[in-house]
Design a protein around this ligand. Sequence first.
Ligand code: FSO
Ligand code: SF4
Length: 544
Amino acid sequence: MFCYQCEQTNKSQACTTMGVCGKKADVAALQDLTVYALKGLAQVASAGREAGVVDPAVGPFMVAAMFSTLTNVNFDPQRFQVQLNELVAKREALKIAIKAKNPGVSFPAGPADFQPAVSLEDLVKQGEGQAIPDHRDPNPDIESLKQTCIYGIKGVAAYADHAYILGQQDDAVYAYIEKALSESLTTDKDLGFWVNMAMECGQANLKAMELLDAANTGAYGHPTPVSVPLGHRKNKCILVSGHDLHDLYNLLQATEGKGIDIYTHGEMLPCHGYPKLKEFKHFYGHFGTAWQNQQREFAEFPGAILMTTNCIQKPAATYMDHIFTTGLVGWPGATHVPNGDFSAVIEKALAMPGFTDDLDKGAVLTGFARNAVLGVADKVIDAVKSGAIKHFFLVAGCDGAKPGRNYYTEFVEKLPQDTVVLTLACGKFRFFDKQLGDIDGIPRLLDVGQCNDAYSAIQIAVALAGAFNCGVNDLPLSMVLSWYEQKAVAILLTLLSLGIKNIRLGPTLPAFLTPNVLNFLVEQFNIMPISTPDEDIKAILGSA
Ligand code: FSO
Ligand code: SF4
């Protein structure tokens, strides 16, 4: 196997025998085969577009399949086998539809006519033949940009899939994915072409995040600030992790009046801010921190656990019998339930002890998405004009297991009192419960939401720039980001495609970027690695 798509990749180079994330070589091969087969489907879909044939089922299928190869989503070989067979059936049906319209059409050889082996074992062997090192572009810098696009597309796919589930889609997003995947098979394009393709990926991601924002706020209302208890109360309980608001809503409905409290974990925390979710009286509080702590935290939870998306970690034996996966998430041995049918989860929660006491562990604030923040824009602008707020920091991104991630805790702790921190995604758990106080009633720590709510943060920045009559790069705003998996790659490409400069990125830089591509990013965007909190704060505020 060869996988270097995430930040925790072995020795910051590549996982070659077993994923640091727990991914085994057979699943790595099946994921490589899925991406290969998706390139073939993309070629056929692109040919279909030229002939005026678009199958509306192909785009949503493509994003779901791509999402299933993202870090910490699906570790179950059988599920990849089912998906690969479905993919090829869809591709062949599309070919028939295109031929009916344009009988003279021909399709390229290679992934567009890939035939999956019948047995899982042989399918894995086919996948082993698609490992990255055997198919690199002759130019390492172009290979680096191609992989950047493919990983960015995995992030776009995640957001587009969530949006699609809530009824929002845009064909332009699918068209970009088809184009980029088809082009990744070519070797005749130059660096400039691939730089543009990466910027287009950022724009496609902005569209996908906008769709998801519209989907989430359309279905559940605009988040408003809310205080979320970190303790628990005596009752049966279910813990929901991942990112999917629709699954949470369905579970809240299904558990109403059943004597079960619902708790969020990880990236589900901001769900408490949505009016149509928080109106459920049994949607109680938040339990635990970020994804990489789940083995310890889940072991202590006395009820059923539902994983709606990434990041799932190998479940410990102590909770394997009461962790459930739904949607695209999978782990062999964990019970998988269809989206919306949570009866097995509820049954398990009722059979378990639940919390047997009340415990007050304080509370955290969330719900500062664009509507809430822009609703007090006048106050914020006045505070900047009066000098009460000197600088904003967006300290955002994914959490992970590496010790270097303490940087983000220390960074936030050391910021001066006249600064405000906007945060989003699971990296916030490094400091989410710090009491940073407020500036003229504006909390100094504002949780904008999940990773996909980067859209919200961008809208806040754009609105502030409008109010101050300047560009986003000219605002007293610095972005200090942490990355882990491919959604973060997509968000970074979005920020770069918007021309945002001076981003600090950590804890380490992506292994798939060559020194030349990195130099290009430094020259064009002044992107830089994090150093130490003291040095970075001094560099930012000294020059602010
Ligand atoms: Fe985190 Fe995992 Fe949300 Fe990622 S839980 S690491 S960027 O999936 O998506 O922030
Ligand atoms: Fe390694 Fe990350 Fe790939 Fe898992 S997803 S195999 S940790 S690079």
